[in-house]
Write a protein that binds this ligand. Structure first.
Ligand SMILES: [Zn+2]
Length: 388
């Protein structure tokens, strides 16, 4: 008999594959399809049109904001045999890779020999960069430019960075480097000074909603606006996370997707636990509060996640105490019924108390990372909140 752990492992593997399918399926193939990052698209397009292409680019920004997607798109536009131009009179007129020529097709299929992608997280050392330096010398096999995309470049060792620097100092005409990182502060200044830097920003909730709605329409999924809004809010500006969450939900849902099912499927937090916890805090029931959090702990719940969900929920209550109308602003990710529940719970709390609770829960969540047991910072916070 298979164990529950094996089942859950298998399930998360299935979910992971499903969500990746969606993410890859809708990876932008043109500049126009890129969500957000318009400032970067414009600058790159202008550089391509005017023939002023740099030999090294640094794409910085939070995870899932489209750095490698942009890198591949740039590689494709630089190598396209029939670059599509629209008007081409104004500097703002768009251009796009044709997605039909042999170069475009080989890059879209991921089998272009001249596009070399290196994951620096798993190839950090001097040997990999030495291989790269050897490879740079040779002319491209089929394309105009050889493009080296080095992802998570901040992971390279000091020696590897030094070797990379030598290549960046004298790059052959046919070579272009695109370095991508989530941690630009870890890149040596010598490398930074050789690169043209672009800062990718987190996407707004509305930009993510627009993108998800496009996918939902194409996939023919029956999905409420509150679900889309919820996914957009919890993915915190990362489009890749938003798309993989949507993929996870689609893979386990049949028929119309509603918000409660989604919250259950994602296990982001069992909101019922949060509601019950808040009720106990309102009633100031010391004994029940300690029993409750210990029960959650003994059931193996993620206590840091529980603290995050609780403090986030209480923070919404804190804002709604200022004005009930603000519920529409702070609780976009909740159903109407949940919003009503939030406002009615908010009225039962004293103002001063709720501020203190939010502050202490945020603190407890931070402390959990440093503590050998997650229950201790929570119990300390409770003793403080209850004034015991
Ligand atoms: Zn093309």
């Amino acid at each position: 008999m298979k164990s529950a752990a094996a089942d859950s492992c298998f399930m998360s593997h299935v979910l992971c594959c499903m969500s990746l399918v969606l993410y890859r399926k809708y990876r932008p193939k043109t500049f126009a399809e890129i969500s957000g990052q318009k400032h970067i698209v414009e600058t790159l397009v202008n550089a391509i049109k005017s023939g002023r292409v740099a030999h090294a680019y640094l794409f910085c920004g939070p995870r899932g904001t489209g750095k490698t997607t942009m890198a591949r798109l740039l590689a494709k536009a630089l190598n396209c045999e029939k670059l599509l131009t629209f008007n081409f009179k104004l500097s703002t007129d768009p251009i796009e890779p044709c997605n039909k020529c042999l170069s475009c097709q080989s890059i879209n299929d991921g089998n272009a020999l001249d596009i070399i992608e290196i994951d620096a997280a798993s190839n950090r050392g001097i040997n990999e960069i030495r291989d790269l330096r050897e490879g740079v010398k040779f002319s491209p096999a089929a394309l105009k430019y050889k493009v080296f995309i080095i992802d998570e470049v901040h992971m390279l060792t000091k020696e590897a960075f030094n070797a990379l620097l030598k290549t960046l100092e004298e790059p052959p005409q046919h070579a272009i480097f695109i370095l991508a990182t989530t941690e630009a502060n870890k890149i040596p200044a010598t490398i930074l000074s050789r690169c043209q830097r672009f800062d990718f920003r987190k996407l707004s909730v509305n930009e993510i909603i627009e993108r998800l709605n496009g996918i939902i329409k194409k996939e023919g999924i029956d999905c409420g606006d509150d679900v889309v809004s919820f996914i957009a809010t919890i993915s915190d500006g990362g489009l890749r996370d938003a798309e993989s969450l949507l993929g996870q939900i689609i893979s386990v849902s049949s028929g119309k997707i509603d918000l409660e099912t989604v919250q259950d499927v994602l296990g982001i937090a069992d909101m019922r636990d949060v509601y019950a916890f808040v009720d106990l805090l309102i009633n100031n029931n010391h004994q029940e509060i300690f029993k409750f959090i210990n029960n959650l702990f003994n059931q193996g719940k993620d206590m840091a996640e529980f603290m995050r969900s609780s403090s986030n929920y209480l923070r919404k209550m804190m804002i709604c105490q200022i004005d009930n109308a603000l519920v529409a602003t702070v609780a976009k990710d909740m159903t109407r019924e949940q919003q009503v529940n939030l406002c009615s719970q908010a009225q039962k709390f004293e103002n001063a108390k709720i501020h203190k609770i939010v502050a202490r829960l945020v603190d407890a969540e931070n402390q959990i990372k440093k503590s050998f047991s997650p229950i201790i910072p929570i119990e300390l916070a409770m003793i403080d909140i209850l004034g015991i």
